[in-house]
Design a protein around this ligand. Sequence first.
Ligand SMILES: [Zn+2]
Length: 251
Amino acid sequence: MFNITWILSELFWPYSVLLLLCYVYVQYSAVNRFIKTGSKQNVLFVTAHPDDECMFFSPTILSLLRENHNVYLVCLSKGDFYGQGDVRKKELLASCAKLGILQSHVTIVEDERFQDGPENKWSTDAIAERVLSVVKRVRADSVVTFDSHGVTGHANHIAVCNGIRKLFSGKDMEDVSVFTLESTNIIRKYMSILDLPMSSIFCTWTFISSPMDVLKSWRAMAAHNSQFVWFRKLYIIFSRYMYVNTLCEMK
Ligand SMILES: [Zn+2]
């Protein structure tokens, strides 16, 4: 029978072996030198909606947590597009718990100016102001967010990038490094684990989940119960973003 369980059981071992090989390569090839000083850092992830942290950033989050860095998250909306915002807030906290992010390190912004939805224009200045207050509060050394394509092209993701770029261009973030998540073309996006060799070799900032990390991120995604419909179940198998992140440093 061709169903999700069958796909998972058939793919588990080949996926695990390839994942492990690329994971070991990245760990030992010194490509993964995100932290320049080697000291413990405060890294703030800035997302637009509950589930972004898991669907797009989990390889980076899990890699940094494994290296004992302090991971913080600010999500700029509660994801109220279908009126499920209050449910999704709880799901976000549950997802973060599965990933290993402390509840006290999670900020969910409820601001009229950031209504979930691709048609809703988020003010660049308002984003910059909101993010800056969190950067200061958590004393962030680095910020990680979407790039100008927002992985999916969602207007809210792109707005977050623009807001942080504005912030970064001023004087308030002179001591903070900003990294953006590389958006790939649709073929690479859904190549799943087959994209790993390309990402491992050609990118400076590459984060690969270990096989156990992948299971952790799948469980975190399942915590977003209201969103965990059939196509997202396929997404967590086939999207490269569940296995690897490549980041670019904002200049
Ligand atoms: Zn999103």
